[in-house]
Write a protein that binds this ligand. Structure first.
Ligand code: AP5
Ligand code: MG
Length: 218
């Protein structure tokens, strides 16, 4: 199974990825997580992109595509994967087609800006695993610590208001073109494209996704 999750910052891509990847036994490829890992390692790419992420700008297609290529060549991706936060530009979408990857589902979460701001302001993350919580909407079992490792949760560097506004602006700039691209691909290929109301509870959205994936298998 090859799945793409589209959606604005804070729309729930990371949250829903965890359940999909577990249920379908495919790895989650979050370009945001991969980029943050490079920053943490402070390697050449990390140094180049540090300010870009903090400001809420997009990293160049060239860097992101190379990182995705490297990841999908790993053994665990041979039977499918879930792309979280990639593609984000039309060039990235075309790169997936260029690699000959046949995407089965594109799911886009629709959430209004006001709710996105509320969600992001209460987000807490476990950096190593990418697990995401929310202080009110999706709290960890014990305040401030990850459910599984018991390690401390942190706030993402790019979750400050100015960066979030920039991320939202960038998303809106690219999403129409991506929508059109996948509507066209839907006609030419076996790909199925669904827009999902992302404003209800995580469990409710999870159930909707389950139904979509179950009822639309090729
Ligand atoms: P990335 O890490 O992908 O960030 P993003 O797209 O801005 O999305 P988020 O991770 O902020 O939100 P999400 O949709 O995963 O929501 P979540 O589930 O956490 O990218 C970061 C940066 O990296 C980019 O700005 C860019 O610089 C760079 N980058 C990444 N990919 C790139 C690419 N392809 N090209 C170029 N640059 C790239 O949920 C948010 C909060 O809400 C959480 O607290 C969660 O608990 C809560 N929540 C989730 N669902 C619900 C719900 N249904 N009800 C209530 N609360 C909920
Ligand atoms: Mg995310």
């Amino acid at each position: 199974m090859y799945i793409i999750l589209l959606g604005a910052p804070g729309s729930g891509k990371g949250t829903q990825s965890k359940f999909i990847t577990k249920k379908y036994k495919i790895p989650q490829i979050s370009t945001g997580d991969i980029l943050r890992e490079n920053i943490k390692k402070n390697n050449n790419i990390g140094k180049k992109i540090f300010n870009i992420l903090n400001n809420g700008d997009l990293v160049s297609d060239d860097i992101v595509c190379r990182l995705v290529y490297k990841r999908i060549k790993q053994d665990d991706c041979s039977k499918g994967f879930l792309l979280d936060g990639f593609p984000r530009t039309i060039q990235q979408a075309k790169y997936i087609s260029y690699l000959g990857i046949k995407i089965n589902f594109v799911l886009e979460f629709i959430v209004p800006d006001e709710l996105i701001l509320k969600r992001i302001s209460g987000r807490r993350i476990h950096i190593k695993s990418g697990r995401t919580y929310h202080v009110y909407f999706n709290p960890p079992k014990k305040q401030g610590v990850d459910d599984i490792t018991q390690e401390k949760l942190t706030i993402r560097e790019d979750d400050k208001l100015e960066s979030v506004k920039k991320r939202l602006k960038n998303y809106k700039k690219e999403i129409n073109q991506l929508n059109q691209y996948y509507l066209k691909e839907q006609k030419n290929q076996n790909l199925k494209f669904f827009k999902i109301d992302g404003t209800t509870t995580p469990k409710n959205i999870q159930n909707k996704i389950k139904i979509i994936l179950k009822n639309n298998k090729n």
